[in-house]
Design a protein around this ligand. Structure first.
Ligand SMILES: [Zn+2]
Length: 187
């Protein structure tokens, strides 16, 4: 973690971890990739190390992020997918050159093109978003119950009844708020 920047919220699903780099969209939004090198940091943490990132590439990444957020939100509420968002996701998916590599340990690793550019990494994220929005993976898209968050997340719980994007942040805050409200009512 670099000092002076908000830390990352990392989940198990690449596409929604990426959309979580902007949190509290309906409250006081926190931008977790405010400068290009923070996107470089985020990609490195997620197995998509790139050499560098320009301001234009950061803009493209944020455009993809908000497009995934818009499309995933629509999918979660079973609305029709917004065409401009789908276009951005598809363009990003098609623009990069990344290959899935099987390691000797039996794990998947992403190999970006020799230039290891941001576009390659974004194509992996876009493809991940497509697979969850298309319903190809075991899980269900849902929206966080926190009114200031409403982030789209991928619920892989057995019962598909997860309420919050993240138990440690939104879930906890909700619990604390309820606890305080109960205390007030009891006093
Ligand atoms: Zn949330």
């Amino acid at each position: 973690m670099r000092a002076g920047f908000p830390d990352f919220r990392l989940g198990k699903v690449l596409a929604t971890s990426f959309t979580a780099t902007l949190s509290e969209r309906h409250g006081e939004a926190v931008e977790r990739i405010p400068v290009p090198h923070r996107l470089v940091d985020w990609l490195a943490v997620n197995g998509l190390a790139v050499d560098s990132c320009t301001v234009a590439q950061l803009d493209l990444a944020r455009e993809l992020r908000e497009s995934i957020h818009a499309a995933a939100t629509a999918a979660a509420i079973q609305d029709s997918l917004p065409a401009p968002a789908v276009q951005v996701i598809n363009d990003c998916s098609a623009q990069g050159r990344a290959a899935a590599i099987l390691t000797p340990e039996g794990e998947r690793r992403w190999q970006l093109s020799p230039a290891s550019c941001v576009e390659d990494a974004l194509s992996v994220i876009a493809a991940d978003a497509i697979s969850i929005i298309a319903g190809e993976r075991d899980g269900k898209l849902a929206l966080c119950a926190s009114p200031t968050c409403q982030a789209a997340f991928f619920d892989t719980s057995q019962s598909r009844t997860r309420k919050w994007c993240d138990m440690n942040t939104c879930g906890n805050r909700q619990k604390k708020a309820r606890f305080k409200a109960n205390q007030r009512n009891n006093s």
